[in-house]
Design a protein. Structure first.
Length: 209
């Protein structure tokens, strides 16, 4: 009988050597440990130990990549779709002087669309294609610009943190880690302007093509 590969709940990235990839099993985080065993008893491994966000200096959470469509532009009065590619992140290092792992799990996404509008969502959103929706369909993370202009869009993601000292199991960290992503610009124009702005033969991916 062939065994299905385990589901992945934290994606490794060679550019971020502090982040590992672990199997998710039945949906619970599986503690893994490549840390050396401490030579002295772990005085902070008691369930009574309180770990706060301020204790996580050795465990950075990385910004989430962002996407939007149509790419970099919007039609006034129609929905522009935004999404974030945040996922669980797992790091290893010293916590309160002991080898530990810390897991960051995204819980909330906060968008600022640059025209005074904001929204918050429990999910990061996805492209229209992924959602099996037609272009310009409203989504939980989409936004409709009502005026022409160039707008700066920004995203911050809230992460819940959990920690584990070796095989002592996962415990919650007090507090929320908020990580901003790089802002980007969106140009909003009227439909007639967008559709005639560029020759689609020259740029098949341009507005209206």
């Amino acid at each position: 009988m062939t065994t299905a590969p385990p589901r992945i709940c934290a994606n490794g990235d060679p550019a971020k050597p502090g982040i590992k990839t672990i199997p998710c099993g039945n949906g619970s985080f599986l503690p893994f440990s490549t840390n050396p065993t401490p030579t002295a008893p772990c005085t902070v491994c008691s369930p009574d130990t309180i770990v706060r966000v301020s204790d996580l200096q050795n465990f950075p959470a990385y910004p989430a990549p962002t996407g939007m469509e149509p790419g970099g532009w919007a039609i006034v009065g129609l929905a522009a779709n935004f999404w974030a590619g945040a996922s669980a992140q797992l790091g290893e290092g010293l916590l309160l002087g002991q080898p530990a792992q810390v897991m960051f799990t995204p819980t909330n996404y906060h968008w600022t669309y640059g025209d005074g509008a904001t929204t918050s969502s429990a999910t990061g959103g996805a492209s229209w294609l992924t959602l099996d929706l037609a272009e310009f369909t409203t989504t939980p993370t989409s936004h409709v610009y009502t005026d022409k202009g160039t707008f700066t869009v920004s995203l911050t993601v809230d992460y819940r943190a959990d920690y584990s000292f070796g095989d002592h199991g996962w415990r919650p960290v007090e507090g929320i880690v908020t990580v901003p992503s790089a802002p980007f610009t969106v140009v909003a124009a009227n439909e007639s302007t967008v559709l005639v702005a560029e020759d689609c033969n020259a740029n098949p991916r341009g507005p209206g093509c």
